[in-house]
Design a protein around this ligand. Structure first.
Ligand code: ADP
Ligand code: TRP
Length: 350
């Protein structure tokens, strides 16, 4: 018999900071679903609650945000039979390994992190140590399970590269132990904010800027009606999706914003598998943006109808969902505690 090949290890997390939106779905979750169905992979997906408390938040809201994200991810199709699915704070080894990594991570490496600089400028009164140490905890999340591939959006690549650096620092000091980690990006484009399409769609830009997976068709339609687009209805000549970004960067800001908004609507159609509609619409210019928005709203509403149904059913059974998370944490702890036992020996405390 052939010796069975070791499965490649996949690790990723999302912070419970608000409803999952179609940008998160396009950039991360869609990939998670594909990866968990590949039997040659061993997937760990978790809710990064300890990361989320580095930002301003209301303690009484956090528990509900964790449950909401669990419901969102399960309703999307994250399957606890196929993936190890859990809440970060249920596995204490994450913070324990973070501490060990703190002792091999040069402060100068953390000072370079663009997300830290970004977030620190957004919460000037709360530039806490956790916010600074955030990428080290992320490295611990990944390396605790010896993660090799990390499916995330482009904004997280710097953190995954730091993970590789930390593994190297550790291995150089104590001997080869942790693997090399690489980011895994989706082919899906970055979805943009509805209210300012020069920025990415993000929970932090407010409710009107994103479409949550839980939004009803009516809410989707209202949000899209207000989405920023250009006004002429005429696309630049011979413009293809591939060439668009290149062309757009050369335009003045207002023009860029408007056209980026239009392309964002096309990207949403691609996301739900309606590329034929994009072709039809671009072939019949001038485009009536009102009609385009109604169409996109309809297609998004339909595409996530199953999701909304599944989520409603799950939401009626919070005890069952909690039990799934508990089981996931147990599975994760079995691996995490073994890694920590080995790490304690390697670093000489045991
Ligand atoms: P947000 O900015 O809404 O708070 P997160 O930082 O929680 O989103 O991101 C969760 C995951 O979704 C990450 O892997 C991130 O790269 C991806 N992601 C976030 N926003 C987008 C977007 N607009 N388009 C594509 N991927 C995204
Ligand atoms: N920092 C990630 C984000 O904001 C969330 C995260 C925490 C993560 N730990 C992780 C992603 C480990 C991948 C692997 O999206």
């Amino acid at each position: 018999m052939m010796p069975s090949k070791k499965k490649q290890i996949i690790v990723s997390g999302i912070q419970p900071t608000g409803p999952l939106h179609i940008g998160n779905y396009a950039g991360a979750v869609q990939n998670w679903l594909a990866l968990q169905n590949d039997p040659s992979l061993d997937c760990y997906f978790f809710i990064a609650d300890y990361h989320s408390i580095t930002e301003n938040y209301e303690p009484e809201e956090k528990r509900a945000q964790i449950m909401d994200l669990a419901l969102d991810l399960l309703a999307c199709g994250i399957d606890p039979q196929k993936s190890t699915f859990f809440v970060q704070s249920d596995v204490a080894e994450h913070t324990e390994l973070c501490w060990v990594f703190n002792t091999v991570t040069p402060i100068s490496f953390l000072e370079r992190m663009t997300q830290f600089k970004d977030k620190a400028s957004r919460q000037e009164k709360n530039v806490n140590m956790g916010l600074f140490d955030y990428p080290v905890l992320q490295s611990a999340d990944i390396l605790l399970y010896k993660g090799e591939l990390v499916p995330v959006g482009v904004d997280q690549v710097q953190h995954v590269e730091l993970t590789r650096d930390i593994a190297r620092f550790f291995n150089n000091k104590f001997g080869e132990y942790f693997p090399e980690t690489k980011p895994k990006l989706t082919n899906a484009p970055k979805l943009l904010s509805l209210t300012d399409p020069l920025k990415k769609m993000s929970k932090s830009l407010g409710e009107k800027s994103y479409i949550a997976l839980t939004d009803s068709p009516e809410v989707i339609e209202t949000k899209l009606k207000r989405a920023v687009t250009e006004t002429t209805g005429v696309l630049p000549p011979k413009m293809t999706m591939e060439k668009f970004t290149e062309w757009n960067v050369t335009q003045p800001e207002e023009i860029r914003r408007g056209y980026a908004g239009v392309w964002n609507l096309f990207d949403m159609l691609h996301l739900v598998g309606a590329s034929d509609e994009v072709e039809r619409i671009t072939a019949a210019q001038p485009i009536k943006y009102g009609e385009l928005k109604t169409l996109v709203a309809k297609r998004l509403g339909e595409h996530f109808a199953e999701f909304r149904k599944r989520r409603e059913v799950l939401a009626k059974n919070p005890t069952e969902v909690r039990a799934m998370l508990d089981q996931g944490a147990e599975k994760a702890r079995a691996v995490a505690s073994k890694t920590m036992e080995e790490v304690r020996k390697i670093i000489g405390v045991r």
